[in-house]
Write a protein that binds this ligand. Structure first.
Ligand code: M6R
Length: 606
């Protein structure tokens, strides 16, 4: 969702701010804007436009204002449509103070009504504009101290927010705040940054500071002060960013998504590194697994599908009941959870609001939290007892690919770990699975070497109106993931079904020519024959069957072969052709592959 950048330092600010906004484009947005401070007392420089950054750049032309400090924003519309006037930054009535915001101010209606009564006039429909007016008044009350004003205003706000503010009388100073929404500080040499995530400033510095809940960052080119809302100065929690700038660039690929699909072998092996024969203390020391009586996995979207695969593996290997819950639904039905529950939130970004809120619900009731996350220093791992970091590297395309693969690996590692701790997994079986895990990167590589015919085949279905995905056992969540990818990227009707469920209703959708992608269970597995029957059922009604299988399958109209592996690990391989199908379909239909319409990479509102 919204991307936020603040820069103060030796460079002319427009350049790093614009560069940061470009690097945050992947988060999804529909308008963009920048505000810069000029000389003390001079009016702020501000430009904002609906649409992509290109629209904003067009009006900027080649002129670079003589400013060394400013803020930039890409907005994903929530309150008010994506128009020029709703784009951020928003100003106070004097045009001296500018604010950008990610998140939702829940009490904005009452705040706005009160401000209007006090004579403030509004120019937008946003929840954010109230903050600009509030800060303006509070700053006056605090003798021109923007940080003190921010502390006071944040205490009044309800909801989730990352806020950055600047004032024309204090060029060079940027004040930021965060609650339930991401903000990191980039520590440079004679320059400092504030941003939604490190990719915004990664080409300038690899030093970052974590900001906790309700913390305020007050930065100039040479100084960083972090305080809580009461004004108490807090220590800096600095860390080194392990990604390099090239990891967040396309590197010769036409789209980030394609690059990320091809990075999967490395992402898998990085996530497995040093962990195949057991999770070490550095991962597990914060969590006591003794006496747990159930596992609850909470996640959204693709991460939810990884959780569903995890259920099969963890229940089997660790002999414990596993519920997989959509994070957005979880806390609202007030489920029973206590200190015997092991809660596993899965999140690539570590900032997904639905997952974070579900996790807090369970934590407040005593659950032990073992997170799976790809983003160091993000909120979900910060609030968990232990974290298994996936090492997918930065995932820029909105549609998740390599993050999903590494989430699957995390599920298997946790399943094996729980099996060993609980003494429920046979040592020989564990060894076999470990050996199979180690072979997965090479097997994914093998699939990637042969995707061209699949791309050509996909183009044949370019005008299809619907595509169905079938699977059984772990092939079922794989089918769900295939359908989600296709919806996101091709904007077409797609659904995933458990093969056995078809005859209970969904088979009515099949008509002559309906493409059905069937993920066949591992050859000779219990369900292979059952799935073959399900395929005959759809074929008999005219479906065109594209089978993904580890062995020959005569009934398929088109066969996509994948290598054999342990049956629980098959999703790691079977999902790759599904990703390629959705990628190619998006390209063939002329869709925006990396930033599909209406979607945001990091969903930081509920
Ligand atoms: O960052 P998270 O893993 O918590 O994100 C969860 C979902 O929003 C995410 O997986 C979403 O479904 C992707 N766009 C799927 O491609």
């Amino acid at each position: 969702m919204c991307g936020i950048v603040g820069y103060t330092g030796k460079a002319l600010a427009l350049t790093p701010v614009l560069e940061g906004l470009h690097r945050l484009e992947y988060r999804g947005y529909d308008s963009a804007g920048i505000a810069l401070t000029l000389g003390a007392g001079e009016k702020l420089w501000i430009e904002k436009r609906a649409g992509k950054l290109g629209n904003l750049e067009e009006i900027l032309g080649n002129s670079i204002p003589q400013s060394h400090s400013g803020i930039g924003h890409t907005r994903w519309a929530t309150h008010g449509g994506p128009t020029d006037s709703n784009a951020h930054p928003h100003l106070d009535n004097e045009g001296k103070l500018a604010v950008i915001h990610n998140g939702i101010i829940e009490n904005y209606v009452e705040l706005r009504a009160d401000l209007e009564k006090r004579g403030h006039t509004f120019k937008s429909e946003t929840d954010t504009e109230s903050v600009a007016h509030l800060l303006s008044d509070a700053r006056k009350a605090h003798n021109g101290d923007l940080a003190a004003a921010m502390r006071e205003v944040c205490a009044e706000l309800r909801g989730s927010f990352t806020l950055l503010a600047i004032h024309s009388d204090e060029p060079g100073r940027i004040v930021g705040a965060r609650r339930n929404s991401p903000l990191v500080v980039g520590v440079g040499d004679g320059e400092n940054f504030l941003a939604s995530d490190v990719s915004a400033f990664i080409s300038h510095t690899k030093r970052a500071l974590e900001l906790g809940q309700d913390e305020i960052a007050d930065i100039t080119a040479s100084n960083i002060i972090i305080t809580d809302l009461a004004g108490k100065v807090l220590p800096h929690n600095e860390y080194e960013i392990s990604w390099d700038a090239s990891a967040a660039e396309r590197g010769g690929f036409e789209h980030f998504m394609l690059k990320e699909i091809f990075e999967q072998p490395k992402a898998i092996s990085d996530t497995l590194l040093g962990r195949v024969s057991g999770l070490d203390e550095s991962v597990t020391k914060g969590i006591n697994l003794e006496g747990i009586d159930k596992v609850v996995i909470i996640a959204c979207g693709t991460a939810f599908h990884a959780g569903l695969v995890g259920k099969y593996a963890i229940e089997k290997w660790a002999n414990i009941s596993v519920d997989v819950e959509m994070a957005s639904e979880y806390r609202y039905r007030e489920p029973s959870v206590d200190n015997k529950t092991l809660l596993i939130p899965i999140s690539q970004s570590g900032e997904t609001m639905d997952t974070l809120m579900a996790m807090r619900y369970a934590k407040e009731r005593g659950a032990r939290v073992f997170a799976v996350c790809n983003t160091n220093g993000s909120t979900i791992p910060r609030e968990s007892d232990a974290v298994l970091y996936t090492h997918a590297g930065p995932e820029i395309a909105v549609a998740s690919t390599k993050a999903f693969e590494t989430q699957l690996i995390a599920m298997y590692l946790i399943g094996l770990h729980l099996g060993r701790v609980r003494g429920t997994i046979d040592a020989k079986l564990a060894k076999e699975i470990e050996a199979e895990l180690a072979e997965l990167p090479a097997k994914v590589e093998q699939i990637l070497e042969t995707v061209e015919p699949l791309r050509a085949l996909t183009r044949e279905f370019k005008d299809a109106t619907s595509m169905l995905f079938l699977g059984r056992h772990v092939g079922f969540p794989t089918a769900l993931e295939g359908a989600l990818k296709l919806k996101e990227l091709a904007y077409m009707h797609a659904e995933g079904f458990a093969g056995g469920e078809l005859k209970h209703g969904p088979i009515a959708l099949i008509e002559k020519g309906t493409p059905v992608v069937a993920i066949l269970p591992a050859e000779n597995s219990l369900l292979a024959e059952k799935m073959a029957s399900n395929i005959q059922e759809v074929k008999a009604r005219g479906a065109v069957v594209i089978a993904i299988a580890d062995s020959p399958f005569a009934a398929a109209d088109h066969l996509i072969r994948i290598p054999k592996t342990h049956e629980f690990l098959q999703p790691v391989l079977a999902v790759v052709p599904l990703q390629v199908i959705s990628y190619e379909m998006a390209v063939a239909r002329g869709n925006d592959v990396d930033q599909p319409r209406n979607l945001a990479k990091s969903v930081t509102v509920e």
